[in-house]
Ligand binder design. Structure first.
Ligand code: SIN
Length: 488
């Protein structure tokens, strides 16, 4: 591990490549910088991994695979449980790190540490419950034994927006199932993921378990690392969280090896407020669904579809709530932190300009602040036409466009007018309408009268172009297991 001379909370975080239990420089010796989006200041430099490093990491994972698969499920469970406890014990340090590199308000970073740790606890409990089956074949001539075995070395590509939770959501089930991993953390927020990897590395070493079970290759050039790893037949699993565009490219590469893939891709979550909704609850739900991580979440509400009977009141109330929020560095206790970078601010503002250019009105926000830091004000747009770009594209910022509809049928039709289907939210007091929305809105997850769906114990994932497979819940473990049928 590099002995850093950096300010807290970055001090002592590994900044190199982890291969087979050793932190070491990247093979080319290069590094890249990681910055604080609230101040634009450089926090530290991280080893810039190469294809050679990726393949070395895969070799270590491949070598560890048979021994790791043979470790008793109970021992794998206890490792994960220890990692859960270590993360919880280090909540303040990890939360400060998330805020430093990602900008999230400290309170939200603490919540992410708890959420992220929970994946280790959940999969510690699932590790000892891999399903199986023994039955007599219908013809009665023989028995059928169906069991699961680890799929093998897995490449985990994680996003910048939840650097602990998206890592543990993949590492947890992979390790529980018996699969060693190579992690390619996000270029913008690699430090938290590397801190978690160091916790796992330490717990493996303390138990004398195979060191190659966890490997990490940070890089400023994702494809340089991932392409050769994906092309290598020793890799047996790819799990990716990120945009649909990148997911398509990875799926194309993975097709060559017919690789087992889990893909958590883009979203365009509708937040549907029907005419009979409890508006107090809808506004509170909207605050969470829109503003978690400043709107930079795949499950963040992207479009507020509101019945004309309540649209004006909903938009005014939401704008009033947004106006009470403070915007500033997450470490200073503000409600809304910075976006991840200058490009993100430019994109969000472009979408707001497009909407106002088409007749939308900014009830609050909508103006670019001065720097430093990549801040954007919480913004409510009323009278947004259905053809505005922010209705079709993922905003990934604190902007709430309100689109009006007339009647439940129109609301559900608008909700489905997208190629995405990750999360949706619906507010109504009518149980029949709630059940109808849950069945008719094409979405992998739907919150009914709730602005939050994420839970380590629930199957997280999308339909349509939002992805393949599920993470979390019982389903999360299955993604790292393959089925073997024995006829006896
Ligand atoms: C994401 O934004 O990709 C995931 C957020 C979550 O797990 O809640």
């Amino acid at each position: 591990m590099t002995a850093t001379t950096l300010p807290s909370p970055v001090r002592d975080v590994p900044t190199q490549v982890l291969v087979g239990g050793e932190w070491r420089p990247a093979s080319g010796g290069a590094t890249f910088e990681v910055s604080d989006p609230a101040t634009e200041e450089v926090l530290t430099s991280v080893a810039d991994g190469t294809g050679e490093d990726g393949l070395a990491a895969l070799a270590a994972a491949h070598e560890a695979a048979p021994a790791w698969a043979a470790v008793a499920p109970r021992d794998r469970a206890e490792l994960l449980r220890a990692c859960f406890e270590a993360i919880v014990d280090r909540t303040e340090e990890l939360a400060a790190l998330i805020t430093a590199e990602g900008g999230k308000p400290l309170a939200e970073s603490r919540a992410e540490v708890a959420y992220g740790a929970e994946f280790f606890r959940w999969f510690a409990e699932e590790a000892v419950r891999a399903p199986g089956l023994l039955r007599t074949a219908p013809a009665g001539a023989n028995r059928q034994l169906v069991h699961r075995r680890p799929v093998g070395p897995a490449l985990l590509i994680t996003p910048w927006n939840f650097p602990i939770a998206m890592a543990t959501r993949k590492i947890g089930p992979a390790l529980a199932a018996g699969c060693p991993v190579v992690i390619k953390p996000a270029q913008l927020t690699p430090l938290t993921t590397m801190a978690v990897a160091e916790i796992v590395r330490g717990e493996l070493a303390a138990r004398d378990l195979p060191a190659g079970v966890i490997n990490v290759v940070p890089t400023s050039s994702a494809r340089t690392v991932t392409a050769p790893v994906i092309a290598d037949p020793r890799l047996r699993k790819l799990s990716f969280t990120g945009s649909t565009g990148v997911g398509r490219v990875l799926l194309g590469q993975a097709a060559e090896q017919v690789l087992n893939c889990s893909m958590e891709l883009g979203g365009n979550a509708p937040f549907v407020v029907f005419a009979d909704a409890d508006l107090d609850a809808a506004v509170e739900g909207a605050m969470v669904a829109k503003l978690r991580n400043g709107g930079q979440s795949c499950v963040g509400a992207n479009r507020f579809l509101v019945d004309s009977a309540v649209a004006g009141e909903f938009a005014d109330r939401l704008a009033a709530r947004f106006e009470r929020l403070t915007v500033g560095p997450g470490a200073e206790g503000h409600d809304v932190g910075p976006l991840i970078g200058a490009d993100a601010v430019a994109k969000v503002h472009e979408l707001v300009d497009d909407a106002t250019g088409r007749g939308a009105r900014a009830l609050t926000g909508g103006e670019l602040p001065d720097g430093p830091g990549y801040f954007y004000p919480p913004t409510v747009l009323a009278d947004v036409p259905a053809d505005a770009r922010c209705v079709a594209e993922e905003i990934f910022g604190p902007v709430a466009p309100v689109v009006v509809f007339d009647g439940a049928d129109a609301g559900i039709a608008l909700a489905n007018d997208t190629e995405y289907g990750l999360a949706a939210y619906a507010y109504t007091r009518d149980v029949d309408l709630a059940m109808r929305a849950a069945h008719e809105i094409d979405s992998g997850m739907i919150g009914i009268n709730r602005g939050m769906v994420s839970d380590a114990s629930a199957p997280f994932g999308g339909v349509k172009q939002s992805g393949l497979g599920r993470e979390g819940g019982e389903a999360g473990l299955e993604e790292y297991l393959e089925t073997v049928y024995v006829a006896m």
